[in-house]
Design a protein. Sequence first.
Length: 494
Amino acid sequence: MPRLSPRIKVAIPVSIDKKPAASDLVITDLGMNGAFIKTKSAAHGNLELNKSILLNYRLRAQENMTHLVKVIREERGGYAIDFCIINQSSRNKLWDFISSRLSNRATCLFCGSVSNGPREICRKCGWKQDFDSQAYFNYYEHRHLMLRVNSIIPKLTCEQLCRTYEYLDQLTSDAPAAFSEDADGEFVGTCPSMLEVFSQIRKVATTDISVLLLGESGTGKELTAQAIHEKSARKNAPFVAINCGAIPENLLESELFGHEKGAFTGAHASTTGKLEYADGGTIFLDEIGEMPMALQVKLLRFLQDRKIEKVGSVTAKKVDVRLIAATNRDIVALIEEGKFRKDLYYRLNEFGINLPPLRERGDDKIVLARFFLNKFCREQCTTKTFTSEAVEAINAYDWPGNVREIINKIKRAMVIHNDSAITPAALDLEIPKTGKVAVAVRRSEALVQLEKDLIVATLDSCGQNVSAAAPLLGVTRQTLHRRLKQLGLRNMSG
């Protein structure tokens, strides 16, 4: 059975329960979740099994480690111990120490299988082996946690399962970084707004309700829909995506519902629509705001009775499909303009997720940039880095095209720039200026803060009455409610 943690050979003196370190107690094998302590004398040969003790040792000259451990078995002149409680700071130090002594090798550090040379993933146990990757520690922590949880799930009661789920959701929501081992790189995030998105995905994936995704172009709406599908009970059934804005109006109905032979000119054979093809799975309707009003009526009817009727048919067929829709338009404004049905909006928006634009995601800009640079370097068997000026330019730029624009600029830089250090010019970005120009470069953040201050001040003057504040701000009550939610001021609306 594969180990859950790679181990390294060391010779580190240890002490027990804050007593002075003794030369006859030495850690000889060290991992992330346990160690083996060798004893050289009978004086320390009486550690009690299953008893918790306080272990003290030093990784490096200035790195003292003290944490609770449990003796799990006695063997080979020593004791195997498990780490019971170890805080995140200590885990980070421990990983830095262990990973600096690991290397990509022919032998897997988890299961011991041998290959002809270094590899990124062990074919036998499935563990990744690229220990030098910046994302590896997050990957390791995630996979290790899931394996440990899976091992105890059969022993849990229903109540314990619910408590475990709630704990894991809180734990992963509060994590310092979010990186899914099976997600595309566009789905990397560390900022609070993205951690909230990840938490919402986990929660709604376990249900079967309709989801409406709102966000600018390039923010990852389709990836979000895929993540919901892949984490749901429908994951083994089809995931079908259709862009409502990319298909001519007269063909969209046939694309969604299918048509019978002879239903219209050119219909030489009966076809299956996307809704029927996705039976048992999930359909993703991107750019739902572009859907014609007449077709909105038919989609609403489908959401009510879950039956499809092909174009040219007089019979209906029941299908089981989960619907996720998305738009980069202001859908509330479309409703007010009479371009989108309010009843359809309520049907689609059983659960809404707002995807933040990249300019509001802080350090995620450089996290994503480095992720894609490393990814493209691996694909092209080369090594490149960003200059310090490029890092500043990436952080200062507003990225109106969001994640998609980051990908395109880095791909372009890889093609046109031969040097190993990528500059702002290679990314087609300007070097950030100082003084007043720097303020202008960051105008987006300043405008958002100005809007927040104005809304807060207006609500304060109206006694937190949204209906009274909306006309003063020149917007509708619904628009103000939506903007409060987008700006993280939802609690102010009462």
